[in-house]
Design a protein around this ligand. Sequence first.
Ligand SMILES: C[S@@+](CC[C@H](N)C(=O)[O-])C[C@H]1O[C@@H](n2cnc3c(N)ncnc32)[C@H](O)[C@@H]1O
Length: 216
Amino acid sequence: MLSPSESTLYRRFIQNHYDGLPGALTAVTGLVTGHEALAGRLIRPGGFDVRGCKRILDAGCGNGRYSRFLLRSADADALLTSFDLSPHMLLRARARLRSARVSHAVADLTRLPYADASFDAVVCGWVLEHLPDPRPGLRELARVLQKGGKLLLLSTEDTLTGVLCSRLWHCRTYNRTELRQVCGACGLHWEREMWFSAIHRLLKLGGIIVELRRAE
Ligand SMILES: C[S@@+](CC[C@H](N)C(=O)[O-])C[C@H]1O[C@@H](n2cnc3c(N)ncnc32)[C@H](O)[C@@H]1O
């Protein structure tokens, strides 16, 4: 567990990092790496299916890449809550998604301002690798998910490409087997692994992408 001063330093680092140039560049890198379009391959019927979910959370929404597809796939009466630790990333997300169905908040994944079981679906994309210890974040995701609710978790893996990305973005990587165990210990059942495409699956590229379910 981090001491209070370590937590403050961590939060300050993330805010400065993403409020600044690296955060502004996410729009460009998303296009260059194809991640902008690839996100849409995951959030769809047959993929991470949010039809029937009425309260959806985009945890660490960044510039709103996943929020955009969540809004597109969800029922017309579903509400989306998007939060991020970086106020500038939220401004970018807001500028992108002008919808009365989305609310934005500055919040920390490790201490969420939402009641237990507030959501029936959550997406947490490329955020967990910024936490020194994944457990506080995973416990919070499990807490705010209703029992049986679904979570799409995306995280940088300890492969060669993952390690290179982690250097660029100043984050850590996860070992797939270890992360699966930690998720289980936090009340999140690892249901199925997903890949952006058959090529990604074949070459084991694209990171850890998994659909989990909150234990009943
Ligand atoms: C690589 S970006 C991913 C953004 C978005 N989920 C996507 O996939 O495009 C990581 C985001 O996580 C946010 N973040 C990092 N640590 C966080 C925390 N503890 N709580 C909330 N957001 C956090 C950063 O501010 C940044 O916007």
